[in-house]
Design a protein around this ligand. Sequence first.
Ligand code: PLP
Length: 383
Amino acid sequence: MADFQTDDLNAATIAAHAGGALDSASGGVVPAMHMATTFARGTDYAPLVGDNTYLRYHNENVRVAETLLCALERAEDALLFPSGMAAVAAVFRTVPNGASVVVQKQIYWGTTQWIRDFCARRQITLIEVEAADLDAFTEACQTHRPALAWVETPSNPWLRIVDIAASAQVTKATGAILVVDSTAATPVLSQPLRHGADIVMHSATKAINGHSDVLAGALATGDPAAPIWQAIKTDRNTAGAVLGPMEAWLLTRGMRTLPLRMERMSANAAVLAQFLNDHPSVEQVMYPGLSDHPGHGVAAAQMTGGFGSLLSFVLRGGGAEALRVAGRLRLFLRATSLGGVESLVEHRHTIEPHTGIPQGLLRLSVGIEDVGDLQDDLGQALG
Ligand code: PLP
């Protein structure tokens, strides 16, 4: 690491310099990749370098990426995992059998599906609630006194907005740990810890990496001494849900342009949301940047620099029309996931038909392409 103090610097500067990471052996301005799984000891049997003994505990590339993520998230500690779901599971494994958890309704379907299964296996009472409705969230926390409350904002694919500061007040008063899945916002557009969340979670597979070529997850906290954080950290290293050096190296490389990418992607998404809002074939647009979005005021207060790259819209013609439009798009790739430099379109109803997703809904992950090209593509596909 170079002598690089991140406290007074803005995200774009911290990211461009990878938080000050250099290759200390060569002076290279890019950190080296360290692939060794085990580390030598000297004749006195002390580790030759620091306390490095084995890759599961001592992974230099993971340390570099975690330090950078920490600086961007304004956190005190961060942990990387081999996928976003591994990070979700790491949090829930700390919940004692028989406890209860409050989880936001209609969030990323993979999270809901796994939590339902996990809670059933561990006799944990699961209360699913519309957390964008503060009264409903408050009532659920007051009634059930959960060990943990889990929210996702903006939510995928409904783009609902949860008021993090107000939710944190509720969880503090009722004794729950508040965890925020901030994947769609990224550490550049929102820092939930600043608003009182205990832990922030990301699928780093998405915009944090940004190039659709790394599967990774992340957790960050402002209170590394908290028992839950210590439990997660120990479990990560001993149970082995660790990221490989190559993925961590790629993640660091991806994060160097995260602020720049989020600026462009948010600006593109805002233009396309307005275009779709004005289009006669479109019944509804879900994008928190639109002034008539129900969560716009809260989003504007807790997000900075844009509203993200994720947007959903509902076509008047229902499922057949949505699939027809998706099939006609030329630039938007028909693929799941989000946050990459290339724009994607997804018909979520095909993926999760029994969850109340409107058949006519298409979800867009807006990339960094020329916005005029993207708008033309949508225009020709809508017809
Ligand atoms: N959280 C959100 C909001 C997601 O969109 C996803 C994946 O799409 C996940 C968590 C899970 O992350 P991963 O696919 O990296 O396991």
